[in-house]
Design a protein around this ligand. Structure first.
Ligand code: ADP
Ligand code: MG
Length: 374
């Protein structure tokens, strides 16, 4: 299938990337293979994406001077993380192509708006309420009943900005945090967490990746298994949700959809990410094209490639606290282990430093292998 629009940029032209993290790095590594040049804007020097880009501009995302420099050097602009001001993105859109647009960003960076978008698309979520005072919070808990999960509306990630209330004695967020707005939702006793990556191109074509299963430790993604070991019917429904959302939201780029699977097979959508996602890193070694190539294709206006799963894989995240053990084991890893290291200079606890994709023909082989690892 070919698309009926011509690409927005050609190989040799330059893509500006807002954000210098590992997602930007992996976007750039794929994009360079396709021949594009990259300039990154990030406040920290030597950022993971900056290291593999043609150039990095060191500057704040809200600095008009830094933004002007980025735009001057770019033929097209993308963002790789969501904590950017959507108004800034709107401003860029008036000057340079920014195919992802500001809408998806506006919706997904605010948990209240995200829920509204899901509701409008008739996608089921956990029962929830948005509150901005302690009184409203108490009323919400009264109605939803404990246990509940409280989440800040903006800026939360990897479980940061979350409180699980199991009993009435559990501590509340500080009042100033509550007043900025909190999403209160029912704690869901899910049996599995899965996610689906979906790409949508400029001409509206949609490619859905096979659902994967995610295992979190301390609310940070620890492991992703691809394909998710779920029943056929659940897999089909998860893919339908992804296809439906992509068609409804009409974004360009890559969207990740996190879902809870309940004991009775019900699927609830938990969270959206308007970009490639940690749970999609397994596609780098199990699926062609990987989520990063598909992202580059979507935003540059190239036709999407059909996502084809080649084998079975498990992704394991390497956090700051794992760095030392990882370095010790690096030379001893089995040959089915594909290492992806992000080049971050400081290894902080909980910080994502890299990941390993273990790839085999069957899940059984993989699980045996993982169990034998130190
Ligand atoms: P973020 O990924 O931005 O930190 P999430 O909403 O995805 O925020 O929450 C992180 C993790 O916390 C989820 O992947 C899930 O494991 C757990 N979690 C979140 N909401 C609930 C809930 N309502 N019930 C049970 N577990 C939850
Ligand atoms: Mg999440």
């Amino acid at each position: 299938e070919s698309s009926d629009v011509s690409p927005l940029v050609m190989p040799g032209q330059t893509i500006g990337v807002l954000g210098g993290g590992q997602l930007g790095r992996m976007i750039i590594l794929e994009g360079r293979r396709l021949g594009y040049r990259f300039v990154v804007l990030d406040p920290a020097i030597d950022s993971p994406a900056g290291q593999v880009a043609d150039e990095q501009i060191v500057g704040a995302y809200d600095s008009p001077v830094a933004m002007a420099r980025l735009m001057e050097k770019s033929d097209l602009v993308v963002y790789e993380f969501e904590n950017i001001d959507p108004d800034m993105v709107r401003m860029i859109e008036t000057i340079k192509p920014l195919p992802q647009g500001s809408n998806l960003l506006r919706w997904t960076r605010h948990r209240g708006q995200e829920r509204k978008v899901l509701q409008d698309a008739q996608i089921p979520t956990a029962p929830y309420q948005v509150v901005t005072s302690k009184t409203e919070l108490l009323e919400a808990i009264e109605e939803l009943q404990l246990p509940c999960v409280l989440k800040v509306l903006t800026g939360g990630y990897d479980g940061k900005g979350q409180w699980v209330l199991r009993t009435s004695g559990d501590p509340f967020p500080p009042v100033d945090i509550i007043e900025k707005g909190i999403l209160v939702e029912k704690f869901i006793p899910y049996v599995k967490e899965i996610s689906v990556i979906v790409a949508r191109g400029i001409s509206g074509e949609v490619e859905v990746y096979p659902p994967v299963m995610n295992i979190h430790r301390d609310q940070i993604l620890h492991m992703t298994i691809s394909p998710a070991p779920i029943k056929e019917g659940i897999r089909t429904r998860a893919e339908q949700i992804a296809y439906h959302l992509a068609s409804q939201l009409r974004f360009v780029g890559v969207l990740a959809i996190e879902m809870f699977v309940l004991a009775d097979g019900t699927i609830l959508v938990n969270e959206l990410a308007p970009r490639p996602h940690n749970s999609g890193h397994i596609t780098m070694d199990t699926t062609t094209p990987c989520q990063f190539e598909q992202f580059v294709r979507a935003v540059t206006g190239l036709p999407l490639r059909k996502s084809i799963r080649k084998n079975t894989g498990i992704m394991v995240n390497l956090l700051g606290e794992h760095q030392e053990a990882f370095f010790e084991q690096l030379a001893k890893l089995p040959s089915c282990a594909k290492v992806h290291w992000y080049g971050k200079s400081v290894a902080k606890e909980g910080r994502k430093m890299g990941h390993i994709n273990f790839v085999r023909d069957s899940l059984q082989d993989l699980l045996e292998l993982i169990n034998e690892l130190p």
